[in-house]
Design a protein around this ligand. Structure first.
Ligand code: MUC
Ligand code: MG
Length: 387
């Protein structure tokens, strides 16, 4: 009997954050994750996640849009199809669907999770094999308040959870932002690396001034200072900045990565599987970065446990993440929706080792945080909604 996908379920879960998370374009108080589950004809399953930040404030896909795209357009292309080879199904999707990188990533993760679980292997094994069992993880200080941020950083260092911090800036005047960052760096000194993420908020002049001022304050890196389409500005800034410049929002897959290596330049790439269009597309971005001698950093869209585990499996297969990772999404949420939470200790995330993503959802928690009823795909009604 050929293996088939029988059914695809999608849900949105909304989980509150432990405190407001203030970015230049939006402040969030809860995180919304679109979860997808594939059910196969042999009874096996695969899980995936599509998550962004602040609805449509960060990128051009929302959790609601991803759910709709999968229910209405992806599912009919997959259900009842022979499903032994994920690559064949992904090629089918790509020939019918343009863009939709986050939804595509969620489905690809679920296909790979399913295949790896059936093979009894961790997902990293399907991606070539893990070279690392632990990944260094930074923490983002983004309460919007300097004193609170310093207290938070001190608590993280004391608990040996994080000693690299990223500060979200770009919302306030440049001088105020720099004063905030400098106060935090002064308080932490050599005990921590401090970086900033501007999330595209500056113009070129502010970025040029900002880079000088932040270098004087002891900051190590500036992430996406300019609008994502300002390639000329990024090129000039990379050439002149006294500290490292990282591309994030500007990287929407291998073609952007190639252009950066060829024409623009950056000192570092934030590798985000969802932004790239999937784990394999992100691996191509990583390969291009490596060929272009650009340092890698494991980025996040503040995914929950499923998406974070997927990224961890990919990042574990890469030779070196020079700038570490920011796979802390589940810790920003009040609860992890897993039977056994991901392990963070000694400044690192332990890469799950069980079959597939190496995690299992706690269905009671999923039910508690689910926004609406389950979707119904063309294969018929769902027998039991929460299992
Ligand atoms: C981003 O732009 O990098 C990652 C960490 C965080 O606090 O926000 C995200 C998005
Ligand atoms: Mg960023």
């Amino acid at each position: 009997m050929p293996l088939k996908i029988e059914k695809i379920d999608t849900w949105i879960v909304d989980i509150p954050t432990i405190r407001p998370h203030v970015l230049s374009m939006i402040s969030i108080h809860s995180q919304s994750m679109m979860l997808v589950r594939l059910r196969y004809s042999d009874g096996s399953e695969g899980l995936g996640e599509g998550t962004t930040i602040g609805g449509l404030a960060y990128g051009d896909e929302s959790p609601e849009g991803m759910k709709l795209a999968i229910d209405r357009y992806f599912a009919p292309l997959l259900v009842e199809r022979e499903a032994q080879q994920p690559a064949v199904l992904m090629a089918r999707l790509r020939s019918h669907i343009v863009g939709n990188h986050f939804a595509t990533h969620a489905i690809e993760t679920a296909l790979l999770d399913g295949a790896a679980r059936r093979a009894g292997l961790p997902l990293s094994a399907l991606l070539g094999g893990a070279q690392h069992s632990r990944l260094p993880v930074l923490w983002t200080l983004a309460s919007g308040d300097t004193v609170r941020d310093i207290e938070e950083a001190e608590a993280m260092i004391a608990a040996r959870r994080h000693n690299i911090f990223k500060l979200k800036i770009g919302k306030r005047a440049l001088a105020d932002d720099v004063a905030h960052v400098a106060a935090i760096k002064r308080a932490l000194g050599d005990r921590a690396s401090v970086r900033v993420d501007v999330n595209q908020a500056w113009d070129y002049l502010s970025a040029q001034r900002g880079a000088e001022m932040l270098a004087d304050a002891g900051v190590d890196l500036i992430e996406q200072p300019l609008p994502r389409d300002d390639r000329l500005g990024m090129a000039r800034l990379t050439a002149s900045s006294p500290i490292a410049i990282m591309a994030d929002e500007a990287l929407r897959g291998p073609h952007d990565a190639l252009q950066f290596v060829r024409d623009v330049g950056a000192h570092a790439f934030s590798l985000k599987p969802a932004q790239a269009g999937g784990l394999f597309a992100a691996r191509e971005v990583a390969a291009i970065a490596q060929a272009g001698r650009i340092g890698l950093y494991g980025g996040t869209m503040l995914e929950g446990s499923v998406g974070t585990a997927a990224s961890a499996h990919l990042f574990a297969t890469l030779p070196e993440m020079v700038w570490g990772t920011e796979l802390f999404g589940p810790l920003l949420q009040t609860e992890q929706i897993l039977s056994h939470p991901l392990t963070y200790q000694d400044f690192a995330l332990e890469v799950p080792t069980g079959p597939g993503l190496g995690i299992s959802l706690d269905w009671d928690k999923v039910a508690r945080f689910r926004r609406d009823g389950p979707s119904r795909t063309i294969s018929g009604p769902i027998a039991k909604e929460t299992t």
